[in-house]
Design a protein around this ligand. Structure first.
Ligand code: RNT
Ligand code: ZN
Length: 420
């Protein structure tokens, strides 16, 4: 008997249908962030370093320098990962060329600057999420949507509106909803004199951005909160309370987004998912790995990743109420590998969650039988998950563990090493 069939029998004894779990996961879209491939640089500015409260560290060779290089790298990742992928673009990845009139600033970008990305997605059957880019730009003063300078604020509002129009275009062209996430690094290094002013302006700016017409069935604007960033240690305008309150007060046009690197170290997003789903029909996630701060390390198959995925599955999030995206950027290791490891790990954690007898465990909890709950939850950890994972990879036409890294190494030698 094959290892998969043996595993299937073992899981069946726990009341779990492994075929069904595989089937359920296959079609769940997970957004792959384009920015792991080039250290969040994009193509619209000639800047060397990121700014605006986020940072990449490392200079491993092979960073994508052009749209063509980035697309080639993404193609490699798509081949190495099982499951349904969506692309996740930032506005700074606009492609300017002679055909579309050349470079324009962020307040003037149009759908045509993303036509090549649309073609890329269409050829691969991908949907696409989108993000306005409120960082790494001379018009960050350093504030953007919360700036007291009306000219600055207006510029960034126009950028946000342009991004709504682009998101609508992406959703219509690709026939899948486009999650459009608003995150700014607005905040201060030191104790401010006025904490409310920037927040009131931020609120008014988002109101103006979302006054741009769009179809909420197709475009899902989100607001992402953050606790602090490098250089923004004392005060963050878009704090947790601000962002969640904004989303709650604007449920007809906006959803909350939680990034699991954006909370105090003992808070966990896994616990926040069911809390938010008790109030919001839809929530969005950035899955990342914070080490001591929002360090954006590659997502591992660690306890919190597993717990987040358990909550997504238990709360019915795979049916569309939870929008899953990856958000990390490690420039110190092979970027194709970084992308692949993180994406495969989220898939693994979701499959593990699907291979859990959630209804039975809930029943045990409701009977207040904590002894049995502990025994069962611990024993589940050593079921032959790897054999079901291997089957899932095969069903999806993706390489199993142990069979993809050689291709990355070859790609590095042949393609990435040529870049400097
Ligand atoms: C930054 C936020 C934000 C960015 C991306 C690039 O702390 O997490 O989501 O990482 O938009
Ligand atoms: Zn994020």
């Amino acid at each position: 008997m094959s290892r998969y069939l043996e595993a299937k029998e073992i899981y069946a004894k726990w009341g779990i249908d492994t075929d069904k779990a595989i089937e359920a996961l296959k079609s769940v879209p997970i957004a792959l962030h384009c920015w792991q491939g080039d250290d969040v640089r994009g193509f619209d500015q000639k800047v060397d370093a990121l700014s605006g409260g986020i940072q990449t560290t490392g200079n491993y060779p092979g960073r994508a320098r052009t749209p063509e290089e980035l697309m080639a790298d993404i193609d490699m990742v798509l081949k190495l990962c099982p499951g349904t992928k969506k692309l996740n673009l930032h506005a700074c990845y606009a492609i300017f060329d002679d055909e579309n009139g050349g470079w324009v600033d962020r307040d003037k970008i149009e759908p045509k600057h993303f036509k090549k990305w649309v073609d890329f997605c269409k050829e691969r059957g991908l949907g696409c999420d989108f993000n306005p880019t409120f960082f790494s730009h001379p018009k960050c003063d350093p504030l953007t949507l919360s700036s007291p300078n009306e000219e600055t604020r207006k510029f960034w509002i126009e950028h946000g509106k342009a991004c709504i129009r682009i998101s609508q275009y992406l959703a219509e062209e690709l026939g899948q909803e486009c999650v459009m996430n608003i995150w700014t690094g607005d905040g201060f290094k030191d104790i401010p004199a006025d904490r409310m002013g920037p927040r009131v302006r931020y609120k008014e700016s988002i109101d103006e951005i979302l006054s741009e017409p769009f179809d909420f069935n197709k475009v899902k604007p989100c607001v992402e909160s953050k606790v602090f960033g490098i250089g923004v240690e004392a005060y963050t305008v878009g704090s947790a309370e601000f962002s969640l309150s904004y989303a709650a007060a604007n449920k007809d046009k906006c959803i909350p987004l939680m990034d699991n690197g954006h909370y105090h170290p003992t808070e966990v997003v896994s616990d926040k998912i069911p809390a938010l789903l008790a109030f919001f029909p839809e929530v969005a996630l950035h899955v990342t790995r914070p080490i001591r701060w929002d360090s954006d390390h590659v997502v591992l198959l660690d306890d919190e990743t597993k717990e987040i995925c358990k909550e997504i599955v238990r709360c019915g999030g795979l049916e569309g109420s939870v929008k899953i995206a990856l958000d990390y950027f490690d420039a110190s290791i092979n970027r194709v590998s970084a992308w692949t490891v993180g994406f495969r790990n989220v898939q693994k954690a979701l499959l593990m969650a699907l291979l859990t007898p959630n209804a039975e465990l809930t029943d045990i909890q409701n009977k207040d039988n904590w002894t049995e709950l502990m025994v069962k939850q611990e024993e589940l950890k050593t079921l032959p998950f790897g054999d079901v994972w291997a089957e899932y990879c095969k069903v999806c036409g993706a390489p199993v563990d142990g069979e993809w890294f050689a291709a990355v190494k070859e790609y590095e030698t042949e393609i990435l090493k040529e870049r400097n």
